[in-house]
Ligand binder design. Structure first.
Ligand SMILES: CC(C)(COP(=O)(O)OP(=O)(O)OC[C@H]1O[C@@H](n2cnc3c(N)ncnc32)[C@H](O)[C@@H]1OP(=O)(O)O)[C@@H](O)C(=O)NCCC(=O)NCCS
Length: 165
């Protein structure tokens, strides 16, 4: 599998992407390149031949200590906690349920673990959709107690999983 920056992907290739979610399609078609260029969110695209299998976008985030689930907040300072957000992750309809979502998630997690050697990142945050909430639960993400579909996992948990793999 080949991962490249959205900047190295042509408009025709991007326009052909369809994951079944209007919001996620619109984001990659209209905003991903410009947000990437402006350093708002970095989008990585998984390609095969000249089509996009899937993409994900990373940005920085923080969560307030008070919003951190009790089981994950032991020993944390009572400051905003630094995080990386997987802001979007989507697979083209033609390739769903073939393991690509899992591969993209692993690629994103590996990248975040590498980044965590250079800057403070305590949690990884994901804003799931109704349709993908159980996908993230499957990988050990824990739902934040905020009445929405925000999920988190400590970087240390992911790091251990990678080392033990
Ligand atoms: C949700 C999505 C990213 C999953 O990617 P995928 O390539 O279809 O999933 P995979 O084939 O890699 O599945 C990996 C595992 O997660 C499970 N899984 C996949 N989609 C799931 C879902 N929606 N809910 C629950 N579990 C799911 C699979 O059963 C599989 O389990 P296994 O490893 O035990 O076999 C993809 O279907 C998608 O882009 N959907 C539309 C857009 C969307 O909702 N994106 C998420 C917004 S952030």
């Amino acid at each position: 599998m080949n991962f490249v920056s959205i900047q190295d992907t042509s408009k025709e290739t991007i326009d052909a992407f369809d994951c079944g979610s209007d919001e996620l399609n619109e984001f990659i078609r209209k905003y991903a390149k410009q947000n990437d260029k402006k350093d708002i969110g970095k989008t990585f695209v998984c390609t095969e031949d000249d089509h996009i299998i899937g993409y994900y976008t990373l940005s920085n985030a923080q969560i307030m200590f008070e919003n951190t689930p009790k089981e994950l907040s032991k020993g944390l300072p009572k400051y905003p906690i630094p995080c990386i957000r997987i802001a979007r992750l989507a697979i083209d309809r033609r390739f769903q349920n073939e393991g690509y979502g899992s591969s993209l998630l692993k690629n994103a997690l590996l990248k975040i673990v590498r980044l965590s050697e250079h800057t403070g990142i305590y949690f990884i945050i994901v804003d799931a959709k109704e349709s993908s909430a159980s996908f993230y639960e499957h990988y050990g993400f824990i739902r934040l107690n905020m009445g929405n579909l925000t999920y988190i996992i400590p970087v240390s948990t992911v790091r251990k999983a990678i080392v033990n793999h």
